[in-house]
Write a protein that binds this ligand. Structure first.
Ligand code: F6R
Length: 615
């Protein structure tokens, strides 16, 4: 969703901001803008479209010099994506300029009051209302910008990460955060502001992550002053040293981030179990579990909350945890859970899964669970993210930055962490034999190699993609552990290639989707040897009799499905519970190649955002 970048220091702000906005493109957006202070004036340029369009337009239309500035990529919420609604927004006097990520829910009543006081509005946005509210307070209360921002934020309801500066006092930027992320890069006599660290990591490794309801006044050459938005408490900012490096957020020779991230999976899975999976000692080390072991062992049930791909990882976890640990598990869409008055109590353990750690619905589900007394455990990829901070304990996936909007390595590393958790709990509960435990550990350790081997099917998958790239619909079927993989395969295809796709448990086909099957319909069937193989073979036969086109994902050496399918993709054998870590790979590649062949924007599919910070 919206991306925020700001700069104050000795460099030219424009190139820093444009590059920063390009680094945030993965978040998803439909328009972009920049405002730069130069010689008593604010030069502002904004446009519908991409950051490249903004750069070209700005180079033609505005003075680009200036050592303080802010930039924004907008994912439309209030008002259609167009030049006028794009950020930054001026206040009526033209002195203040703001960028905003989030939603001001009570903007309509504030706008009405401001109109009654003579303010006018050019855009349909809630953001223009906020900047004028700040201006109104600044004028009437005769306070400094920081104070005006604070008073204004106490009047608004909603979510925000904002950066605002004043033409008449161009040596400071005021920022604040609630619900949407905001990081401040601390350089040498310079500061960077961004939605995450990627825009400033090439300049500094030091960052301050604002907490919810904190604001900061950032002045050139001075320490950052952080305070609570509510009350007057001053906060000592914690400057964190980041481990991220620039190579991790660049494409490294791949055509797309998605492809790079698909290929990074062997390493990402290894990074995720490294230090935790200790075969020689016959143990799994996970501090977050060990410190809270009794909470898990005494849990009446585990409730998993997540959205999208992370929800699919949750479904895989449900199967694994129930199989190995024998604690009942429910998997909930966070967006439904938070609004349906669910029964939660203090003997429940809630596991929240999120790559970004910023998904608004998942965050709200966590807050609700905490209010009801449940213990909440986070599985996140982004270190220091809101969900990582909001949960009682957690375990990071160590996937590294995932930039492609379609989740790939986040999914497999989430499953890796959740499998480790399940094995650890099963051992602690005395639910698993030593030999089974040991076998699973060695199978898990071998997964990166098997993923590597599966990636070698890339050319075969690309050839299959070429045959089906013009399909209008596609079905994905799988049973057991491969059912969530079928859902995930269908999600990947629809989100990046815009082909309508559905995932189903294979046996459910007879209860409806079978009516769709004809000679035009590609059906991807995940038919691994371990995993109700005979039943799935029967399903394949049913598709064959209706002339559907069968793409089988099979275990190497398979004969039966090969004899029936139009195409097969072979994967190496592994234990049943670990199968999703391998079967998902060819489905990621299939959607990737189809999207490329259809000329789709693979890394930034239309309408989608990487980090969904609004509900
Ligand atoms: C799909 C995808 C989304 C996310 C979902 C949750 O490829 O990326 O469905 O999985 O928006 O995001 P996180 O995991 O960041 O909470």
């Amino acid at each position: 969703m919206c991306g925020i970048v700001g700069y104050i220091g000795e460099r030219e702000a424009f190139p820093v901001i444009i590059k920063g906005l390009q680094r945030l493109e993965y978040r998803g957006y439909d328009s972009a803008g920049v405002a730069l202070y130069n010689d008593g004036k604010i030069n502002l340029c904004k446009t519908k479209g991409k950051v490249a369009d903004l750069k070209a337009k700005a180079e033609q239309e505005v003075v680009l010099g200036g050592k303080i500035g802010i930039g924004h990529t907008r994912w439309a919420t209030h008002g259609e994506p167009n030049d006028v609604n794009a950020h930054p927004h001026y206040s009526n006097s033209g002195d203040l300029v703001i960028i905003h990520n989030g939603i001001i829910e009570n903007y309509a009543s504030i706008k009405e009051a401001l109109i009654a006081r003579g303010y006018h509005f050019e855009s349909d946005t809630d953001t223009e209302v906020l900047v004028n509210l700040i201006e109104d307070i600044k004028k009437n209360e005769k306070v400094k910008l920081g104070k005006a921002v604070q008073i204004a934020l106490n009047q608004v309801v909603g979510a925000y990460a904002i950066a605002v500066f004043d033409r008449t006092k161009p040596d400071e930027i005021v920022v604040a955060k609630l619900g949407s992320p905001l990081a401040i890069g601390v350089g040498d006599n310079e500061y960077f502001i961004a939605s995450d660290a990627s825009p400033f990591i090439e300049y500094t490794n030091n960052a301050i992550y604002l907490e919810d309801e904190q604001m900061a006044v950032i002045k050139k050459g001075r320490d950052v002053k952080v305070r609570q938005v509510k009350g007057d408490k001053v906060v000592n900012p914690y400057v964190q040293e980041l481990k991220l490096n620039i190579e991790q957020i660049e494409k490294g020779g791949y055509d797309h981030f998605m492809l790079k991230e698909i290929y990074e999976q062997p390493e990402a899975i290894k990074d995720t179990y490294r230090g935790r999976l200790r075969i020689n000692d016959g143990i799994i080390k996970m501090a977050g579990i060990e410190d809270n072991l009794q909470k898990f062992l005494n849990a009446n049930r585990i409730i998993i909350v997540a959205c999208g791909t992370s929800w699919h990882a949750g479904l895989v976890a449900e199967y694994i945890i129930e199989e190995l640990v024998r604690i009942p598990v429910e998997v909930e869409y966070a967006s439904e859970f938070r609004y349906r008055n669910p029964v939660i109590n203090k003997n429940d353990v809630v596991i929240a899964i999120s790559q970004s750690g910023e998904t608004a619905d998942t965050l709200a589900a966590i807050k609700l669970s905490k209010e009801k007394g449940a213990f909440v455990f986070g599985v996140c990829n982004v270190v220091g993210s809101s969900i990582a901070r909001e949960t009682h304990a957690g375990a990071y996936t160590h996937a590294g930055p995932e930039i492609g909007v379609a989740s790939t390595k986040a999914f497999t590393t989430q499953i890796t962490v959740l499998t480790l958790m399940a094995l650890k709990l099963a051992q602690e509960k005395g639910q698993i034999s030593r030999s089974d435990f040991y076998n699973y550990l060695s199978e898990l350790e071998a997964i990166p190699e098997k993923v590597e081997q599966t990636l070698k099917s890339d050319a075969n998958v690309a050839a299959i993609a070429d045959i089906y790239k013009d399909a209008e619909n596609c079905l994905y079927l799988g049973r057991g552990y491969n059912f969530p993989v079928a859902l995930e395969g269908a999600l990947k295809l629809k989100e990046i290639s815009y082909i309508h796709a559905e995932g189903y448990p294979a046996a459910e086909m007879k209860h409806g989707p079978i009516a769709l099957i004809d000679e035009q319909m590609p059906v991807v069937v995940i038919a691994t040897r371990k995993g109700h193989y005979d039943k799935v073979v029967s399903n394949v036969q049913e598709i064959k009799s209706r002339k559907g086109k069968i793409i089988g994902v099979v275990t190497e050496g398979d004969k039966e499905v090969r004899g029936l399918a139009d195409h097969v993709i072979e994967i190496p054998e592994t234990s049943e519970i670990l199968t999703p870590l391998v079967t998902t790979i060819p489905l990621q590649l299939l959607s990737y190649h189809i999207a490329v062949m259809r000329d789709c924007n693979v890394d930034q599919p239309r309408n989608l955002a990487k980090s969904v910070t609004v509900e």
